[in-house]
Write a protein that binds this ligand. Structure first.
Ligand SMILES: C[S@@+](CC[C@H](N)C(=O)[O-])C[C@H]1O[C@@H](n2cnc3c(N)ncnc32)[C@H](O)[C@@H]1O
Length: 285
């Protein structure tokens, strides 16, 4: 089922003004990603490509630290906000482009390639191409976050019962293949009513072993592939907000989140908000 990237672009454009709002456990997801990035930076990273960089939540602080950053996004509106956020910086370059086609960059062009929270999962059936391109241009590391199929199965089942009073085909599709497309099944349009522009982008959610296998298929050694922040998804909103307000508590809570993902529930599903599945790979030499 072909993806209409003009439609996707318009959809992301419409979301640009709300991109920096943080909902629920989203801050935990971002903080855990920062920890993973920090763990990589000191390993000889000087240049970074962020694929689907959005409004620059990660790319701009990285540039402020003196790293050479290229920030690519499909959405002109996301780029407009990112450029504004980056005022005064001359070591970040903004590029409008598509994750599925990075041929403007030669192979192994960047020490680290970040492709987080959208530019894999929202490439629909072209997700393999997006992963392949991300891996091709990475010299030392790739860090990908994508949607975890376990959580999406629950979201799809809930949405189906709420809006259709039934378990519709899209739910079975999510369980079987992790895929969604607005035109895939008769009920899908009705299911996306109320989403931005009554649309939900062409989508692919992964199981950890599936994402790890895709990276291996691209010649990567998989350093890590697991969920991000399941503990936060299991805590109530009031407790999460209390943690967020207290820096000491926050550091301890994030340590617990790491330990939970690593040791208690390695097959967990990650945070409810933002992509809950993390994969880090490095090219096999
Ligand atoms: C939810 S935002 C995440 C932004 C940032 N990476 C982060 O983690 O905070 C997803 C971003 O991916 C971009 N995106 C989606 N599909 C893309 C594609 N095929 N190529 C490039 N960017 C894409 C969107 O425009 C949006 O800016």
């Amino acid at each position: 089922m072909r993806i209409d990237f003009q439609r996707e672009k318009a959809w992301w454009d419409a979301k640009a003004t709300e991109e920096d709002e943080e909902r629920g456990d989203e801050w935990v997801n971002k903080a855990l990603r920062w920890r993973e990035i920090e763990g990589i930076l000191h390993r000889g990273v000087e240049s970074i490509l962020t694929v689907g960089g959005g409004t620059g939540h990660f790319s701009i602080p990285l540039a402020r630290r003196g790293l050479r950053v290229t920030h690519l996004d499909i959405s002109g509106e996301m780029l407009r906000v990112a450029r504004r956020n980056a005022e005064g910086l001359d070591n970040v370059t903004f590029v409008e482009g598509n994750a599925t086609d990075l041929k403007q960059f030669p192979g192994r062009a960047f020490d680290l390639v970040l492709n987080m929270d959208g530019a894999v999962s929202f490439c629909g059936e072209l997700y393999k191409q997006a992963i392949s391109e991300t891996c091709r241009v990475a010299r030392k590391f790739v860090l990908i976050t994508a949607s975890h199929r376990a959580l999406m199965c629950a979201v799809w089942a809930e949405g189906s019962v709420k809006t259709r009073g039934a378990i519709v085909d899209a739910v079975y599709e999510m369980f079987e293949n992790g895929t969604w497309h607005q035109a895939q099944h008769d009920d899908n349009k009705a299911l996306s009513k109320g989403c931005t522009q009554d649309y939900f982008g062409a989508f692919k959610a992964f199981l950890p072993r599936e994402l790890a296998g895709l990276l291996e298929g691209e010649g990567m050694e998989v350093v890590k592939c697991r969920c991000l922040g399941t503990l936060a998804a299991l805590c109530d909103a009031g407790s999460l907000e209390a943690v967020r307000q207290d820096d000491g508590l926050k550091a301890k809570f994030l340590d617990l989140c790491d330990a939970f993902d690593e040791k208690i529930l390695p097959g967990g599903f990650g945070t409810r908000n933002r992509a809950g599945l993390l994969a880090i790979g490095k090219p096999r030499t």
